[in-house]
Design a binder for this molecule. Sequence first.
Ligand SMILES: [Zn+2]
Ligand SMILES: [Zn+2]
Length: 172
Amino acid sequence: MQLNLTEYLESEGKQKTMTVSYEKETLDLWPTPTALSEPFQMELTIQNLKKGEILIKGSGTLHCKAQCDRCLKDCDIEIPIDTEEIITDQMAKNAGDPENPGFLEGYEVDTDEMIEEAAAENFPTKILCKEDCKGICKVCGKDLNEGDCGCDQFVPDPRMAAIGEIFAKSQK
Ligand SMILES: [Zn+2]
Ligand SMILES: [Zn+2]
């Protein structure tokens, strides 16, 4: 959604809270676009602080689909969206200034982009389907959350294996 800020920048004391929806079904994140598991809405407040200066604030919880890093199963994750920015008349005039937030385009705010920026910031670095996910067996690939597979999980030290090989050769 495109939101024009002109009247908020001009009218002292003006304040408005609204519900803003994310208009795409896939969260447009670089490098991995992520499908939403439910539609996202956030509460957005625009508040005039003084003439030519506003505070724009949004918050909500975004639910999206992801894959567990340990067991590789699909799971849902929650991403807190919290964004707060002061925008001045000068910033709006300097459209395209690299110092400006990416979602500000002249006097307009692109709310989808605002949500994407906040999501990118809070996207978890490690995705787990549950805190204590046991992952999959390195030998047979069984999901260890469903039970033990009985495989020998001992991984020989590669240096010891090399010594063993040399020893075996010298015995010939
Ligand atoms: Zn898992
Ligand atoms: Zn196994």
